[in-house]
Design a protein around this ligand. Structure first.
Ligand code: ADP
Ligand code: MG
Length: 587
């Protein structure tokens, strides 16, 4: 409904008796906002900063310019040629640069942005720095001659309808299985990979989507201005696009339009105003933009749209999944079967041997406790088993398959789920959405399906599962809260619910009871026993000895990276070596 209203609003605005100049400005704003929208997805949502977006605009613009002028092709065809070219280029550039981390990615985007700029400026076929002139404006062929879209109201309707369609697609995407994966990219890849998500693939996908949108903007712009030249696609424009996205609100789809509008209008005003104030002409507006950017980043890091978003009511998801079909379950191993076999695993950090040739086994339906003082190497052992850290040596076998060397997402997909000692979640997503990510590897719908909303049935199944696991773990009432607002103990429980959504054969819990109240601990113990009854095996790292002794069938004790001893809880309680390790007494 909301979208229908927005779509209808576009032609209505074109009908309003606005001055032509306003429509002309709105056309520019629409063009900029298209590119900016891609940046919101790429930089704002996924945390991948790109200064090179203008180059993709150039690619769309030059493709249509060259093909329509030299080959006489219809612009309605060249659009797709431009998209194909941009898509392939973005794929190649993305594959090369997106593995870079930290400051390297922005630097790389600057360099290929510059490279493409100089390429456009130096190729004879592209008219060097003068560019290509004499393009036709877009027109729709009709029986009584072509209908020219020109630079006015008709062009406005086309541009803004494309913008609205893109905004709708992105909004839907971000609210889907693939979208949640994309929203996780900013918070590091460890958690997402542990859910079975291929984060690199999503980065490349987002990069291509943003580039395609820029390419469409370039195509429109070429026929709007009826000329293309490199200056509109250089680094300065790349920075300006990024600036629009940051000012408007990096994480918000509507921020793209606010940012594009504001910067375009400011740019126009300053170009007139500043030379008058200063007395000489020059690109002084860049300095003002710089200062404004610093101020925005300092006082409004989430951009202008965050001011609006704060006052919009947060929409609670309608709970329409009660009758959804349950997700398919894994075949669990038979009781007594060896589920996990850890043989001589070792991890060295430089000179420090954090895990020193540890061996143990977990059988189906067993709860094994891994205990030891702080720094003993328990969390590192977890990371080795789950593939978060590469092994220095040794092997890990999971359900008769060697998994050492596999990336953590492939291990997760085989039915191993975990929590982290330091909770890893997406704070600005609801508890329900966070937990639904746990069932990622039990579902399939991708980016396109998210955009087109053909994923509704699967989404319902995911949310049903998430709600079920949250209720089971005793925090069903937190469903619609933002995960970041939960108390520490509840965040831990949320992580367990998320891990359970994977329907794991083996569950690894790293200090799940830390920060829990007594009652919550009792409830946790009940859930663990219930899971064991269902055939789930559990590896538990925990400092609360009361809980450990109560629920575990077998204990493995570590100290300084080595295996001190293992046995039943009774045997361990009697062991002088363990007492010494914990109490620091001689034995
Ligand atoms: P535990 O979970 O038993 O408290 P950890 O597995 O976290 O212990 O740590 C074991 C040892 O390995 C500690 O001495 C810790 O400082 C060291 N360590 C853990 N992770 C790293 C790392 N990424 N780089 C270097 N040293 C590490
Ligand atoms: Mg630890």
């Amino acid at each position: 409904m909301k979208w229908l209203a927005l779509f209808a609003a576009v032609p209505l605005i074109a009908w309003l008796p606005l001055p032509d100049f306003w429509i002309f400005q709105l056309n520019y704003i629409g063009l900029y906002a298209l590119t900016c929208l891609g940046l919101v997805l790429l930089t704002g949502v996924s945390g991948l900063t790109s200064f090179g977006q203008a180059a993709f605009v150039g690619m769309g613009a030059y493709t249509t310019a060259w093909l329509t002028l030299n080959l006489g092709m219809s612009p309605w065809m060249t659009l797709f040629v431009g998209l194909a070219l941009t898509g392939v280029s973005a794929l190649v550039v993305g594959l090369i640069t997106l593995r870079m981390s930290g400051h390297y990615l922005p630097l790389a985007t600057i360099s290929w942005g510059l490279a493409l700029y100089y390429l456009m400026g130096n190729l004879d076929a592209l008219g060097k720095y003068d560019g290509l002139l004499g393009l036709k404006s877009l027109s729709i062929p009709g029986p009584e001659g072509d209908f020219d879209l020109g630079q006015g109201r008709a062009f406005f309707v086309l541009t803004w309808l494309i913008l609205m369609v893109a905004a709708m697609g992105f909004t839907h995407l971000l609210d889907s299985r693939a979208g949640r994966a994309i929203r996780s990219l900013k918070n590091g890849t460890q958690m997402a990979e542990a859910m079975g998500i291929n984060t690199f693939r999503y980065k490349v996908t987002v990069f291509i989507l943003a580039a395609l949108l820029a390419s469409v903007a370039g195509w429109l712009m070429a026929h709007f201005q009826r000329t293309v030249n490199p200056s509109a696609f250089g680094l300065k424009m790349g920075i300006e696009y990024l600036f629009m996205a940051v000012v408007g609100g990096v994480g918000y789809v509507w921020g793209a339009i606010v940012g594009a509008g504001l910067i375009k209008l400011m740019d126009d005003q300053l170009q007139v105003l500043l030379p008058r104030l200063i007395g000489t002409s020059g690109s002084y507006e860049v300095i003002v933009f710089g200062i404004a950017l610093v101020l925005v980043l300092k006082y409004l890091p989430d951009g202008l749209w965050s001011l609006v978003a704060r006052h919009l009511p947060r929409r609670n998801r309608t709970e329409d999944w009660t009758h959804a079909e349950a997700l398919e379950e894994r075949n669990k191993p038979c009781p007594g079967e060896v589920v996990l076999d850890v043989q001589n695993i070792r991890k060295q950090f430089g000179g420090l041997v954090a895990v020193n040739d540890i061996c143990f086994q977990i059988k189906a339906g067993q709860i094994v406790g891994l205990i030891g003082p702080n720094g003993a190497g328990k969390s590192t052992t977890f990371n080795l088993i789950t593939g978060v850290l590469p092994l220095t040596s040794g092997t890990v076998t999971f359900q008769d398959e060697t998994i050492s060397g596999l990336p953590s997402r492939d291990i997760a997909r085989r039915g191993m789920a975990r929590t982290f000692q330091h909770v890893k979640m997406i704070p600005d997503m609801t508890v329900l959405e966070n937990v639904a990510m746990g069932a990622y590897s039990r579902s399939h719908r991708g980016v396109l399906s998210g955009m087109l909303r053909t994923n509704v049935a699967e989404e319902r199944r995911l949310f049903k599962e998430a709600q079920h696991q949250l209720e089971r773990i005793g925090i069903g009432h937190t469903l619609h809260e933002l995960a970041g607002n939960l108390a520490m103990g509840q965040q831990r429980l949320m992580e367990i619910a998320r891990a359970l959504c994977a329907d794991p054969a083996l569950l690894l819990l790293d200090e799940p009871a830390a920060g829990l109240r007594h009652k919550e601990k009792l409830a946790l113990a009940d859930v663990l026993r219930q899971l064991r009854g269902e055939g789930v095996s559990i590896l538990l790292v925990e400092h609360d000895m009361d809980l450990v002794m109560k629920v575990c069938d077998h204990l493995v004790v570590m100290e300084f990276g080595t295996l001190l001893t293992q046995g039943t809880p009774e045997e361990i309680q009697q062991s002088p070596a363990v007492r010494a390790a914990y109490l620091g007494t001689e034995h």
